[in-house]
Ligand binder design. Structure first.
Ligand SMILES: [Zn+2]
Length: 309
């Protein structure tokens, strides 16, 4: 499982940072890629990665500001142009209005897609658990921005323990149906009377990962709730230390506030994105340094950077 950042800038693109988008690559887990936000030019950024658009099965939108959604019509259209590849359906989750934006863009541009899009729109009253599959559950909660905006908490379900086949063989269990029984947690008795306790041969279940990806927001308790015990928290840092007042006025956060959220939530790791173009590289290292005084395991991400979870 990896996160690859496709756009880490705030508001408008700069040479170094494109507008918002990131890919949660779940290739080993479910052979899918989930996109979070899709600012203009996201498809160009994807060209510089190994991500195949057809593998993008779900897109989660945090809010309807242009720097988070203007890349959708282009990406969705290009996704159709993959000659000889199977056309797979796609799900889009986002605030009410996302469906009308996408369908209007496609209609007025005469774009017809050879695959289906399933829209899952929500508003203030229909948040909470927005998706559950056999491997993942996704929750959304409202943040505090200048328009309706959400953060997502992606929870991988606990991973089943694995069967230690070598140890079973060593214990004299003949390969065959007994293995299946033990794998299902059943204790068995061998012909010679040996009792095999399944629990001794199955490793303990491993806890699934928790990934929290927030949209634009002021510091709010909802961010903390979404990030409780998260393995990774992706938080905006449009502003730096001392800019708390201007951040509040514009509906954003500083690096220090992001760090406070990570600390209060007990998150393991904090990745800062949505970085203003005003910041030069020396400012970026200062952003990190300052945030680290509040939450040590912090990193300011770059476009195309890939982080393993
Ligand atoms: Zn915004």
């Amino acid at each position: 499982m990896d996160i690859q950042f496709l756009g880490t800038g705030a508001g408008q693109p700069s040479k170094a940072r494109n507008v918002s988008s990131l890919a949660l690559k779940l290739l080993d887990e479910i052979n899918e890629v989930w996109l979070f936000d899709c600012g203009e030019g996201t498809q160009n950024r994807i060209l510089e990665t190994t991500i195949r658009p057809r593998k993008v099965s779900k897109i989660f939108i945090t809010h309807l500001h242009g720097d988070h959604i203007f890349g959708l019509p282009g990406f969705l259209s290009s996704r159709a142009f993959q000659a000889n590849e199977e056309q797979t359906d796609l799900d889009i989750y986002g605030p009410q209005g996302i469906k009308s934006f996408v369908l209007t863009s496609l209609r007025v541009s005469g774009s017809r897609l050879p695959y289906r899009i399933h829209f899952h729109e929500f508003d203030q009253d229909s948040l909470g658990k927005i998706l559950e599959t056999d491997k993942f559950t996704v929750y959304a909660e409202e943040l505090d921005h200048t328009i309706f905006c959400v953060g997502y908490r992606v929870m991988q379900k606990d991973l089943e323990g694995t069967l230690d086949a070598e140890k079973l063989k060593a214990a004299g269990v003949p390969f065959g149906p007994l293995f299946g029984k033990i794998k299902n947690g059943q204790d068995v008795v061998l012909e010679d009377g040996t009792e095999i306790k399944a629990a001794d041969y199955i490793s303990a279940p491993r806890p699934g990962k928790i990934i929290t990806i927030l949209g634009d927001t002021r510091k709010t308790n909802a961010s903390v709730r979404l990030a409780v015990n998260a393995d990774v928290l992706v938080h905006e840092s449009t502003y730096g230390k001392g800019d708390e007042k201007i951040a509040r006025n514009h509906g954003h956060s500083t690096n220090m506030q992001a760090a406070q959220v990570a600390a209060e939530a007990g998150a393991k790791r904090l990745l800062l994105n949505h970085i203003s173009a005003r910041f030069l590289s020396k400012d970026i290292s200062q952003l990190k340094k300052d945030a680290a005084t509040v939450f040590e395991n912090v990193h300011v991400v770059k476009d195309l950077e890939e982080v393993e979870l």
